[in-house]
Write a protein that binds this ligand. Structure first.
Ligand SMILES: Cc1cc2nc3c(=O)[nH]c(=O)nc-3n(C[C@H](O)[C@H](O)[C@H](O)COP(=O)(O)O)c2cc1C
Length: 337
């Protein structure tokens, strides 16, 4: 049924469609509706896993950027995600880049986005997370943190530390995002020399909440290995690999069409092979720390392949757009088969 609906949806503006979908998922999280949507469904028992001391009912979760403001966590849980990584959240609310800023690449089963951390700010997120804290059936909630666009690079650490202080008590884990391509200068923070003091400041504020770092697929292999070794030797809990890519090679969508869309990060199938490659590279180097694999995961067999390659948890975003609201259930069924 979703392919037919998607054929219709793809005629509409992608960001409008996203907002409409969010409204429906929010409604799915309302107390009476939630039980109806969940419909007694739960992931196959053997898929439950404990990572970073947290119990995940399935290793499959929703990647950052879909629920930037933590408004739909309960609905997303009812749809079957074992965890939801909300954010990226910044200290103050900000509008992000001007629209249009989200584009579909249907031939590639991909997206291009240059959203630019549009979000309501950490205070709003804190009050929303407070309100769902005691929900018995809520998924694990990770919070992906970043800096405001107007904050100069020299003051970035203060932004990350501030958000960590405000949100860590309400989060199951934190992710330091130094890999989005849509905030000028952000990726430079992924260099291990810049990363060390930043991460130390975040860990100091995070208390007992595990902290991970999200890396870029566009970083050189040597850089990624360095970051992974740093993770192994630090108090970080692990790595999220990977964010979107600014590369445009190998796309099936005509180059002219892609060029017209402009700058931004590519996600979905075109990212799959690099994301898997990065997983292989960092897995060995981080020792027993957690690795969350994300990038181009579309099916249950993709999830299984990431687990087989050593991922502790697996996430997707773009597959949710192409395969629809019951993605987590499809994946669970495909993995069981
Ligand atoms: C529209 C959109 C917005 C995103 N926003 C964020 C974000 O705010 N923070 C972040 O760390 N990653 C963000 N991402 C990246 C995803 O979390 C994920 O790393 C990437 O899309 C690769 O996974 P996928 O191929 O399953 O989509 C965004 C992705 C998309 C498509």
């Amino acid at each position: 049924m979703y392919p037919a609906l998607f054929a219709l949806l793809r005629r509409l503006d992608p960001e409008w469609t996203h907002e409409a979908g969010m409204a429906v998922i929010r409604a799915a999280g309302l107390p009476g509706v939630r039980r109806l949507v969940a419909g007694g469904w739960s992931p196959s028992a053997r898929s439950a896993t404990t990572v970073m001391g947290l119990r995940f009912r399935t290793p499959f979760g929703l990647a950052a950027g879909f629920d930037k403001n933590a408004v739909a966590v309960a609905g997303l849980g009812a749809l079957g995600f074992g965890h939801v990584e909300v954010g990226t959240v910044t200290p103050k609310a900000q509008p992000g880049n001007p629209a249009p800023r989200l584009f579909r690449l249907p031939e590639d089963k991909g997206l291009i986005n240059r959203m630019g951390f549009n979000n309501d700010g950490v205070d709003q997120m804190a009050s929303r997370l407070r309100s769902i804290r005691t929900l018995a059936d809520r998924p694990i909630v990770g919070v992906n943190i970043g800096k405001n666009r107007v904050t100069p690079a020299e003051e970035a650490t203060a932004d990350y530390a501030y958000v960590a202080r405000e949100i860590a008590p309400l989060a199951d884990y934190l992710v330091v995002n130094v890999s989005s391509p849509n905030t000028p200068g952000l990726r430079a923070l992924g260099d291990v020399r810049q990363l060390e003091p930043l991460v130390e400041a975040v860990i100091a504020e995070a208390g007992s909440t595990p902290v991970l770092v999200k890396v870029s697929p566009d970083a050189a292999d040597e850089e990624l290995r360095e970051v992974a070794e740093f993770v192994a030797s630090s108090d970080l809990a692990g790595l999220v690999a990977t964010n979107t890519t600014v590369r445009r090679e190998g796309l099936l969508t005509p180059a002219e069409t892609v060029k017209r869309m402009g700058e931004g990060g590519v996600s979905g199938s075109p990212l799959a092979s690099r994301s898997l490659e990065v997983l292989g590279m960092v897995r060995g180097a981080v020792g027993d720390k957690c690795v969350i694999s994300v990038g181009g995961v579309m099916t249950g067999s993709d999830v299984q392949a990431r687990l087989d390659a050593g991922a502790d948890l697996v996430q997707a975003y773009t597959a949710f757009v192409y395969r629809g609201p019951f993605l987590a259930r499809h994946i669970d069924r495909e993995m069981a088969a």
